[in-house]
Design a protein around this ligand. Structure first.
Ligand code: GRF
Length: 293
């Protein structure tokens, strides 16, 4: 639950604790002040008392929570939080020039062929992001797990047909129609056609479950990568995020992270360790890159 809150509110451990304390203190103070105010009003117990009390604490809560957030150093977080609630309740107008305006939106398409655990993490990371949006999940496998994730997360999907991808327009039309800015490969097993690479220069990323340039290239995917690492008795492996060019696992490396290979590792246990590393690294690197351009 706490991990979810950290992702949702984009805050780190200690700040999350302070925010939860602010909510707790704010709630108690609001309740206390509300009852004191009710004592001053000539309203008897009953439904009118309850309705008046609810109205009073609804008005008091944002004021009190903002006041408490100042000494606790959380005014920045709570002013945005309260504003968001106001916008949702249509009490406050959304900022005309906010980052959410369509012009500044950075629109991401994820291409994946598999289970989609990386896609899930990326979607979660950007769910409440000010400007970056995951707007499309494309897959060449109609039964891929990633498509179920897309449906659950309400992200539109696109099934990629081989003929159109390699010998047609490579779905450029669909990508343009969806105003896609970046393509993120997350377990996409097909080579990306040159037409797409040229249309998205330095805007297609891939993640590979090993330390490139080792253990990359055609046929090096999934368990095969980890089996090769184990067969070579390497004592470390890791993940690589790189730009996509016209060769498998070859484009410029953007970021790498290492993890140990343990003596009793199997391809499955190593894959698990690598996956957790990917889940931490990929969303963060994507955010850094797409926000910079
Ligand atoms: C990941 O290990 C990634 O490195 C590779 O494909 C795998 C996809 O896993 N390119 P998932 O479908 O995101 O769980």
């Amino acid at each position: 639950m706490f991990e979810r809150l950290q992702q949702r509110w984009k805050v780190k451990g200690l700040q999350l604790v302070v925010i939860i304390c602010t909510f707790a203190i704010g709630g108690s103070v609001t309740g206390y002040a509300g009852r004191k105010l009710m004592n001053l009003l000539p309203v008897d117990n009953g439904w009118l008392w309850s309705v008046t009390y609810i109205i009073i604490i609804t008005i008091l809560w944002p004021v009190i929570i903002l006041a408490i957030s100042i000494p606790l150093g959380q005014y920045g977080f709570f002013s945005k939080y309260v504003r968001r609630i106001g916008v949702r309740l249509r009490l406050v107008k959304p900022k005309e020039n906010s980052n959410k305006s369509h012009l500044q939106e950075v629109r991401i398409a994820i291409f994946a062929s598999g289970a989609g655990s990386n896609a899930q993490k990326i979607i979660e990371h950007f769910r409440n992001h000010d400007s970056v949006k995951v707007v499309l999940i494309a897959s060449n496998k109609p039964d891929a797990g990633v498509l179920k994730i897309a449906i659950k997360e309400n992200v539109p999907t696109l099934i990629i047909d081989k003929e159109k991808f390699f010998r047609g327009d490579s779905y450029l039309g669909e990508l343009q129609k969806n105003k896609i800015d970046w393509i993120i490969l997350a377990g996409f097993l097909w080579k990306v056609p040159v037409a797409l690479i040229n249309s998205f220069p330095d805007r297609i990323l891939n993640i590979h479950p090993a330390l490139l340039p080792g253990y990359g290239g055609k046929g090096m995917y999934g368990q095969k990568v980890h089996e090769a690492v184990l067969a070579n008795r390497d004592n470390e492996s890791g993940v690589t995020i790189h730009y996509v060019d016209n060769q498998y696992d070859h484009g410029k490396i953007i970021s790498q992270a290492k993890c140990p290979v343990l003596a009793n590792d199997t391809a499955e246990s190593l894959a698990q360790r690598i996956h957790s590393l990917e889940h931490q690294l990929y969303p963060a690197v994507i955010e850094q890159l797409v926000a910079r351009k």
